[in-house]
Structures are given as structure tokens and as C-alpha cells.
Design a protein around this ligand. Structure first.
Ligand code: HEM
Ligand SMILES: *[C@@H]1O[C@H](CO)[C@@H](O)[C@H](O)[C@H]1NC(C)=O
Ligand SMILES: *[C@@H]1O[C@H](CO)[C@@H](O)[C@H](O)[C@H]1NC(C)=O
Ligand SMILES: *[C@@H]1O[C@H](CO)[C@@H](O)[C@H](O)[C@H]1NC(C)=O
Ligand SMILES: *[C@@H]1O[C@H](CO)[C@@H](O)[C@H](O)[C@H]1NC(C)=O
Ligand SMILES: CC(=O)N[C@H]1CO[C@H](CO)[C@@H](O)[C@@H]1O
Length: 236
């Protein structure tokens, strides 16, 4: 994407602040308790992400979805263990999240090296950065020291994660709920420089915007809409 260099760099600077509102994070949080932690993560990503490079985008998005619900606490990883409280994973926006196995494998390596030291939330944050770097994107600083939570609720994911249909007012409100301002909203949206969206996420804007079949969203660039319509038989 020509001319977007500045934008992308700014985006990655802001990403470093996502979820750091508690002020407890620091660079090299594990430098004494698990000195090789960040290298273990980076080495694994560098040697394995090329088997499935699309995971770089998916895990970046996982980091976002984790942070928007109860802070960056890895609550996005928790499985539903009983019928009564369904976890974030079961929320509609999470239905296309991928890369859970990848995170689990990195976590296993860290457990072997330093049992019970490195949080899953930091693993997600580090893999998100290292995956973007390993697949050709820019780097950003990742302070560490996130603590893992034990609570994860579908309803909270539904209430906090923006939908593809969210209007601007709603987007601002949801970012503001996380202590993020308009500039953060614009810059963090730059994450969509990589990755895919499934047709179901936006097909109404191409084919059924007003409920009348064939209607297109007038706010969508018409040339871009034509390009998207031509790609409708793409494999995800
Ligand atoms: C501004 C509000 C946002 C909305 C409404 C939104 C919505 C979406 C939607 C609908 C998709 C496609 C999902 C699919 O069809 O599989 C997507 C993909 C993605 N989003 Fe967002 N998003 C937002 C913000 C962000 C932020 C803040 C980040 C990270 C910093 C992010 C990172 C990504 C990435 C990397 C993908 C591609 C995922 C993949 O390839 O698997 N998004 N987003
Ligand atoms: C969730 O379930 C999957 C599949 O059974 C498993 O591989 C994963 O380790 C579980 N995650 C957690 C946090 O228990
Ligand atoms: C499920 O609900 C119980 C009781 O509210 C809570 O203690 C537990 O942490 C919840 N589990 C998850 C994964 O949120
Ligand atoms: C934005 O969406 C919300 C929630 O659907 C709705 O209540 C609100 O009226 C909408 N605002 C505008 C300006 O369209
Ligand atoms: C078109 O949109 C309307 C209103 O949202 C909905 O009821 C209808 O099921 C949609 N049609 C198709 C084919 O998706
Ligand atoms: C990874 C995961 O658990 N995805 C679930 C997300 O939610 C949908 C329902 O909306 C489930 O079908 C997915 O299995």
C-alpha cells in the first residue's frame, strides 16, 4: 500500500499502549524470572509462522479481542467448561478467530523453561508482534507483565467488541470504554492492512444494504465494491 508507511508506523506505536492502562507493564518484565522468555517466543514464531503466515493477522486480531474484554488478560483463550457461563470464544465476533493452537504451543515451551511464570496474555501480545514482524511487517515495543484472568463471558465479548455494522458513534463509544480516543481508533484500524474478512462480514453492504436485494451501501467506494464483488468465490 503506497503512501501508507507513516500511517502504519504510527499504528504500531499505538498498539504498544493497548491494554497498558494499569501502568504495571514494563519492558523486559521477565528479564530475571525467565530471561529467555521473549527469545523463546520469537524463535518459535520465526521458525513456524511460515507454515501458516495468515496466522500473523489472526493472532493480531486475537490480541485485540482479548484486550477489549476485561483488559489483556487472555480471557479470550478460556474454554466453556459448563453450560452455565459461556466464554468469550463462543461470541459471534470470535467465531473466525484462529491460532489458539499456535499460542498453546508457545505457552508449552515457556512452561518447560519457566513453569508458571509467563502469562498467556503476554504470549498473545508477543506472538502478535513477532508474527507481524516475521511476515514482513514493522516492529513495535511490547512491554510485558500482563496478568491472566479467570473470568470470560460471551456477553461481555458481544458488548465490547465492535461489529462490522457498528456506526461511528458506537465505534467511538467502544474504544472510549477501553480508554482509547479517536486517534487510537483510526490508527488501530490500520491493523486491517493485513488479514482477511469473510464475505459474511460485509456482504450486506454489497448486495442487501437497505433490505432490498441488490442495494449497495452508498458510503462504500463503488470501484472498491466492484472489486470485492468480483472476488466472491474466494476461499478463506
Ligand atoms: C475499529 C473497529 C473494528 C472492527 C469493526 C473490526 C472488524 C473486523 C472484522 C469484521 C473482521 C473480519 C472478520 C472475518 O470476517 O473473519 C476483522 C478482521 C481483522 N481485524 Fe478488525 N475490527 C476492528 C478493529 C481492529 C483492531 C483494533 C485490530 C488490531 C489492532 C484489528 C485487527 C484485525 C485483523 C488483523 C483482522 C484480520 C484477521 C484475519 O486475517 O484472520 N481489528 N476486523
Ligand atoms: C481449550 O480446548 C482446546 C481443545 O480441547 C484445548 O486444546 C485447549 O488447551 C483448551 N484451552 C484452555 C485454556 O483450557
Ligand atoms: C464461571 O462462573 C463462575 C461463577 O460465577 C466463576 O467463578 C468462574 O470464574 C466462571 N468461569 C469463567 C471461565 O468465566
Ligand atoms: C448508532 O448505532 C446505535 C446502536 O445500534 C444506535 O442506537 C444509534 O442511534 C446509531 N447512531 C447513529 C448516529 O446512527
Ligand atoms: C436482506 O436484508 C433484510 C433486512 O436486513 C433481511 O431480512 C433479509 O433476510 C436479507 N436477505 C438476504 C438474502 O440476505
Ligand atoms: C474458537 C471458537 O470457539 N469459536 C466459536 C465462536 O463462536 C461461534 C458461535 O458464534 C462458535 O460456533 C465457534 O465455535
Amino acid at each position: 500500500m503506497r503512501g501508507s508507511g507513516y500511517f502504519v508506523v504510527m499504528f504500531f506505536c499505538f498498539l504498544a499502549f493497548m491494554g497498558s492502562t494499569e501502568g504495571k507493564l514494563q519492558m523486559g518484565f521477565y528479564s530475571k524470572s525467565c530471561p529467555n522468555a521473549e527469545k523463546i517466543v520469537q524463535d518459535y514464531v520465526n521458525s513456524h509462522i511460515h507454515n501458516a503466515p495468515s496466522l500473523a493477522a489472526s493472532i493480531l486480531r486475537m490480541h485485540f479481542h482479548d484486550c477489549f474484554v476485561r483488559g489483556c488478560d487472555s480471557s479470550v483463550l478460556l474454554n466453556t467448561t459448563s453450560g452455565t457461563n459461556q466464554t468469550e470464544k463462543l461470541a459471534v465476533p470470535n467465531s473466525t478467530l484462529r491460532g489458539f493452537d499456535f499460542i498453546d504451543r508457545v505457552k508449552s515451551l515457556l512452561e518447560a523453561a519457566c513453569p508458571g511464570v509467563v502469562s498467556c496474555a503476554d504470549v498473545i501480545a508477543l506472538v502478535a508482534r513477532d508474527g507481524v514482524v516475521a511476515t514482513g511487517g514493522p516492529s513495535w515495543k511490547v512491554p510485558t507483565g500482563r496478568r491472566d484472568g479467570t473470568i470470560s463471558r460471551t456477553s461481555e465479548a458481544m458488548n465490547n467488541i465492535p461489529a462490522p455494522t457498528s456506526n461511528f458513534t458506537t465505534l467511538r463509544r467502544l474504544f472510549s470504554n477501553q480508554g482509547l480516543n479517536l486517534k487510537d481508533l483510526v490508527l488501530l484500524s490500520g491493523a486491517h492492512t493485513i488479514g482477511v474478512a469473510h464475505c459474511t462480514s460485509f456482504s450486506n453492504r454489497l448486495y442487501n444494504f437497505t433490505g432490498v436485494l441488490g442495494s449497495q451501501d452508498p458510503a462504500l467506494d463503488s470501484e472498491y465494491a466492484t472489486v470485492l464483488k468480483a472476488r466472491k468465490v474466494q476461499k478463506s
